[in-house]
Design a protein around this ligand. Structure first.
Ligand code: PMP
Length: 427
């Protein structure tokens, strides 16, 4: 038996399911989760000392690789000055200025401690600003676990929200309208019925929580114009895509200006950070300037700001995103090539440093319904074959994969070779 197995047994005594975030429990793929002891660059090492090439990257933040020496040095130095003050610091100004410089739609920004807080607060702000209660989101998009956002619709152009988690009051969930990703006609239809009651559309500009699904041409543009027509705010949830698909985030990549943006993951460089920001006029509605309340004991934490600033500095180097994109392309085309050789039907999506692999004979995967038609059981087998071969993929068929700048050509080669072996075993 492995040490990970023993730790998982021990963990379940006092931690529900043995984990502090559900997908870590390997429910989607079966088997015991791997307990991690340390990580460096592109590699994670488990409690049994086994090394993995990591394509999860702590679910996105580790874009510069694990334990990047410059990030660690900066954090060490900052820690000597104290861990938290609950009072303003210059570091917060530096990170806010940098974010607003890189993402011009963000004229002001407020830090939080997680992506969930960022989206929850952005929704409250949109509701407060517009004086409207309804929000519109897309099936298969995840925006953290705030009550209003844990809603997934059934089919239908106008679907009143059904909570998909017990504990979310129906009276709240019914304000969340959910339509199919990449289906602009459905959006227009909903707006033609209740558009004047909708505070905002919230969207992942590249969906990364139903595996990886890029926006169809014209989709984001269409959302922008629907929002303009009805006076609703457009919120880009860039918690995942922010600073990952491009230096200016997905909004720069696609050339669309949202009213509000939420950030997380990369902006904290591995520390607990989220942020939301946007048009000055909207952000000034926030307390203490305006009436919409939002706060946080650890918001703007000096260690977290330091890790974020250093990470943004690293990824601002010329060519950083071009390299990351090229590496991701190499990986995805290599894996697709091996699947083809082995006669395994597979499709893939990729934007910048994020990617998705689908066990499907559909030529393209563009929405949640199609994602749902992929062979999840086969993914589970593939996941374990790769894990055995020292490659750590997200333990779910519904999560995007992430590369870091520290993945080397040899790492990619080794991964493609592992996939070739895995496909042989699957075929
Ligand atoms: N929005 C998106 C797009 C996300 O991917 C996530 C997390 N995966 C969140 C929000 C929530 O962030 P957190 O887990 O930091 O609360």
């Amino acid at each position: 038996m492995t040490k990970s197995h023993d730790l998982f047994q021990a963990a379940q005594k006092h931690i529900p399911g043995g984990v502090n975030s559900p997908v870590r429990a390997f429910k989607g793929v079966g088997g015991d989760p791997i307990f991690i002891e340390r990580a460096q660059g592109a590699y994670m090492y488990d409690a049994d000392g086994k090394r993995y090439i990591d394509y999860v990257g702590s679910w996105g933040p580790m874009i510069a690789g694990h334990a990047h020496p410059e990030v660690i040095a900066a954090v060490r130095e900052a820690a000597l000055n104290g861990l938290s003050f609950g009072a303003p610091t210059e570091l917060e100004i530096q990170l806010a200025d940098r974010v607003c410089e890189l993402v011009p739609s963000m004229e002001m920004v407020r830090m939080t401690s997680s992506g969930t807080e960022a989206t929850m607060s952005a929704i409250r702000l949109a509701r407060g600003f517009t004086g409207r209660d309804k929000i519109l989101k897309f099936e298969g998009c995840y925006h953290g676990h705030g009550d209003s956002l844990l809603v997934k619709a059934g089919s239908g152009a106008l679907t009143l929200g059904e909570p998909n988690s017990p504990g979310v009051p129906v009276s709240l969930a019914e304000h969340t309208l959910t339509v199919s990703y990449n289906d602009l006609e459905q959006v227009k239809d909903v707006f033609s019925q209740v558009g004047n009651e909708i505070a905002c559309i919230i969207v992942e500009p590249v969906a990364g929580n139903m595996n990886c699904v890029p926006p169809a041409p014209g989709f984001l543009e269409g959302l922008r114009s629907v929002c303009d027509e009805y006076g609703a705010l457009l919120i880009f949830d860039e918690v995942m895509t922010g600073f990952r698909v491009a230096l200016g985030c997905a909004q720069a990549y696609y050339g669309i200006k949202p009213d509000l943006t939420t950030l997380g993951k990369v902006i904290g460089g591995g520390m607990p950070v989220g942020a939301f920001g946007g048009r000055r006029q909207v952000m000034e509605f926030l307390s203490p300037l305006g009436p919409v309340y939002q706060a946080g004991t650890l918001s703007g934490n000096p260690i977290a700001m330091t890790a974020g600033l250093k990470t943004l500095e690293i990824l601002s180097a010329p060519g950083f995103h071009e390299d990351l994109t090229a590496k991701t392309e190499t990986l995805v085309s290599g894996i697709l090539g091996e699947a083809k050789k082995a006669g395994i039907p597979m499709a893939a999506n990729q934007v910048g440093g994020m990617f998705g692999l689908f066990f499907t004979d559909q030529p393209a995967v563009t929405n949640f319904h199609q994602v749902g038609q992929c062979d999840v059981a086969r993914f589970g087998k593939f996941f374990h074959l790769m894990l055995d071969r020292g490659v750590y993929l997200a333990p779910s068929a519904f999560e995007a994969g992430f590369l870091s700048s520290s993945h080397s050509a040899q790492d990619l080669e080794a991964t493609i070779k592992a996939a070739a072996d895995a496909f042989k075993a699957l075929a």
